[in-house]
Design a binder for this molecule. Structure first.
Ligand SMILES: [Zn+2]
Length: 126
């Protein structure tokens, strides 16, 4: 009897990025995502490990997202989806981003990501 293999974490995250790339206003961006086995801790007194982070340049409509595998492996599907939406919203808002407004941007992006994830049915891992 053939055993159906579960979708890999990498394939699931790729699928989430494709799905939310179409849903969010980031379609003009060239976005690359890469995985690392490194861990990254939050700084500035923030809590916990970093799952993903992004650097974007709206002038060239480019962004690159770093995915920290050890942290993502510990997360539920729902939290992973929220993290993907969170990072893509950073890309969408990057023309407004200025270093000194970093905390305000985090709040806006976090609340928007949670709202968007609530508005759609969760994307389950196959
Ligand atoms: Zn963020």
């Amino acid at each position: 009897m053939a055993v159906k293999k579960r979708e890999s974490l990498e394939d699931y995250v790729d699928r989430l990025f494709d799905l939310w790339f179409d849903r969010l206003p980031v379609g003009t961006y060239r976005i690359t995502a890469s995985w690392t086995d490194r861990e990254k801790r939050e700084t500035n007194g923030r809590l916990g490990e970093v799952a993903m982070d992004v650097s974007s340049d709206y002038r060239y409509q480019q962004a690159s997202i770093q995915i920290y595998a050890p942290t993502v492996r510990t997360m539920t599907d729902e939290r992973i989806e929220e993290a993907v939406v969170h990072e893509l919203l950073h890309v969408a808002l990057c023309p407004m981003a200025h270093g000194e407004r970093e905390d305000e941007e985090e709040v806006v992006v976090t609340l928007m990501a949670r709202s968007f994830c609530k508005a759609y049915a969760p994307t389950k891992r196959k």
